[in-house]
Design a protein around this ligand. Sequence first.
Ligand SMILES: NC(=O)c1ccc[n+]([C@@H]2O[C@H](COP(=O)([O-])OP(=O)(O)OC[C@H]3O[C@@H](n4cnc5c(N)ncnc54)[C@H](OP(=O)(O)O)[C@@H]3O)[C@@H](O)[C@H]2O)c1
Length: 303
Amino acid sequence: MALSNRTKKWMDKKNITLKGKTVLITGANSGVGLKSAECALYLGADVIMACRNLTKAESSKEELLKDYPEASVELMKLDLSDFSSIDAFVKEIKDTKKDIDVFINNAGVFHQSGMTKDGFENVIGINYFAVYRISEEILPYLANLSHKVVYCNTVSVVHKIARIDYKDFYYSKKYGHLNVYSRSKLCLAKYSYELSQKYENTNIFVYMIHPGISVTPLGVNAFGNIVKKIAPYVGGIFNSPEKSALQTIYILSKNPPAGSLVGPGIFGVWGFPKEGRVGKSVKTGRDELIEFTKNELKRRCHD
Ligand SMILES: NC(=O)c1ccc[n+]([C@@H]2O[C@H](COP(=O)([O-])OP(=O)(O)OC[C@H]3O[C@@H](n4cnc5c(N)ncnc54)[C@H](OP(=O)(O)O)[C@@H]3O)[C@@H](O)[C@H]2O)c1
């Protein structure tokens, strides 16, 4: 579980501490989210792991505490495929007046057939509509805190190849995993950029982060045994989950302008973090997406 010396050295050079700060990470029991939790603990933060499966989360927490026995690690239940779970999660944060400095929407799926509880195709439902719902509910609360809040949404490099067709938004005619996934991440990128503009001149700094390509359960679950077999051999040519987990630390140390996209420095898929270019496909058509999203939520959730 322990972080490599290289990663620790990279963080040490940033000369920052997260002592006294609280970092909340969704999907923190696995892959990049788990490594993000570990990096935050290394820098002294209190960590909240928001996870759908509390049994899995408990065992990840135990692993983390082996290296950081004095750390404060809290678990919260959050199932992004169910808006009532999202609402309960946000309510608990508000009711218990949680003081959050860094909020990382990391949880996501590449391929998961079926529908969310509220009737959305699973991938777009979990990767986009759920993060939209969380953000709409939590950001006004975070905006009332008396300090800066760094709010990161996890997109993917494949948002760059996506396009949005509102006539067949869910690819119901010709479903393809990569198409649906990349569309979900383009939607999230557009929405995140929109949020960064909306909260300009406030204490909320919204960013897009992306891990590049990293061998985690996400790919293994999506592509099955083939990935399991080749992962031990190809892992080295992709970004390690812990390198992919450093984007937020980069943001905390460099303070790039809100709305920046931060991912691996080499071709956007490998290496330590760097700011990337926010493309036209992210900046344009935001109003149309937001209107579509509101209508979809009204239609399916009656609210
Ligand atoms: N790995 C890559 O190459 C790559 C590339 C680009 C972007 N990303 C993005 O990076 C993020 C992290 O992915 P990863 O590679 O670290 O994958 P991962 O190891 O599979 O982690 C995904 C996390 O999301 C959680 N999750 C899935 N469905 C959820 C739901 N309905 N409600 C709450 N949590 C849910 C998972 O929980 P369970 O453990 O319970 O399933 C897990 O904790 C994702 O947003 C992904 O799209 C990854």
